[in-house]
Design a protein around this ligand. Structure first.
Ligand code: GN1
Ligand code: MG
Length: 360
């Protein structure tokens, strides 16, 4: 269920902070509202940001223990001179999170002078995004998928999202069904199309599973990418998931819920910069993984679109929304991008085969 930010007072947050092993100082809070799932606060001392405090949405993430074990295991590997390190601050119980009543909270170190971008028109940012995602995967490349929990089972599986959509459609009011008619028709057409596009299953690896552009931290000083954030969905997956999620937010210079579809773009120069950024790492992808990449760029926006449409039909029970029809706007916008990406399939294949080296 969407949570109300105003439900936390400064006093509540101070009390939550006392559950963690940090110096006793006067802390103040700013709420960060970009996420659709968790409640996130920047913790400051005398105006200097020091920590990120988050309440993990327990309705979405049922297995918090598993989630935190995944994050802890990944953070052990994500150590490198070219990758900024985020640390979890232990709770006084010694655990990596604190449980207060029915809520789960965690505290992470803040990386100074960092920033995020919701969208970009800058090829340097697109390159850096590719470079850091490649770095993340290279550092996690030896992790064994079976050692990680699947914290949201079948998270990016189309079949599950299709079933959830059909169930929501069956329950929706006639009014909603009518408003969502165009979107629903697109789903039918795309499901048929995707069924003919499936490639051979590549091997699984540990993925981030939410590699949208604003989950990458950049240095404020020189626009270098620092690391990936929002590690909740780290679990086994396919590289084309992370590729598709990044591409949909990088080559489209409009936001995910853009209502003016003429602003939704697939900028080729941003795509090429992103692929070149990935290629700046040592080759880490197998040929099966490389082959699936253009498919990922169709699958991911479509999948997020179906999920948003399903939540619209379900009356906004999963994602936080800032206005009633935001989920529908997200679905329509993501579907529009899906169409634009479909027209670039051959182009993507050419760029990938020219610029991205394979490890086998
Ligand atoms: C959700 O809350 P946030 O922004 O990290 C969602 C992602 C979507 C994203 C935006 C667990 O992530 O899958 O990409 O919204 N996360 C979950 O579309 O459902
Ligand atoms: Mg996320």
């Amino acid at each position: 269920m969407a949570l109300d930010f105003s439900s936390y007072s400064e006093e509540n947050l101070q009390a939550i902070l006392k559950e963690f092993k940090i110096e006793a100082k006067v802390y103040s809070f700013n709420s960060l509202t970009a996420g659709y799932i968790n409640d996130t606060f920047l913790v400051m001392n005398q105006g200097t940001p020091l920590y990120i405090l988050q309440r993990v949405n327990h309705e979405v993430f049922v297995n918090i223990e598993g989630l935190m074990t995944n994050v802890t295991s990944a953070l052990k590997q994500l150590k490198s001179s070219h990758y900024s390190q985020i640390s979890l601050v232990a709770a006084s119980t010694g655990k990596s999170y604190a449980k207060l009543d029915a809520s789960y909270w965690r505290l992470m170190t803040y990386i100074p002078n960092s920033t995020t971008f919701n969208t970009t028109t800058d090829t340097d940012i697109a390159f850096e995004a590719g470079r850091i995602i490649g770095r993340f995967h290279s550092l996690l490349g030896r992790e064994i998928p079976a050692n990680y929990k699947e914290t949201i089972p079948k998270f990016h599986e189309l079949e599950l999202r299709k079933m959830q959509f059909l169930a929501a459609l069956a329950r929706a009011t006639n009014t909603k069904k009518k408003i969502a008619n165009d979107a629903t028709n697109f789903v039918t057409v795309m499901l048929e199309k995707l069924a003919t596009m499936g490639t051979a299953e590549p091997p699984q690896r540990i993925c981030h599973n939410d590699t949208k552009l604003n989950n990458i931290l950049f240095s404020k000083a020189n626009k270098k990418a620092l690391c990936l954030i929002d590690l909740d969905t780290i679990m086994p997956g396919y590289f084309h998931y992370d590729f598709g999620d990044a591409v949909r937010t990088i080559v489209n210079t409009a936001p995910e819920d853009e209502q003016n579809h003429s602003k939704i773009t697939f900028e080729e120069k941003l795509f090429e910069a992103f692929v070149n950024g990935l290629a700046a790492n040592d080759a880490f992808l197998s040929s099966e993984e490389t082959k699936a990449l253009p498919y990922g760029v169709i699958l991911m926006p479509f999948l997020h679109g179906i999920r948003a449409l399903t939540d619209y039909l379900n009356n906004n029970v999963y994602y936080k929304v800032s206005y009633e029809n935001q989920n529908l706007d997200r679905a329509l916008s993501l579907f529009n991008f899906t169409k634009k990406a479909l027209a670039k399939l051959d182009y993507m294949e050419t760029v990938i085969s020219r610029h991205l080296p394979q490890s086998n």
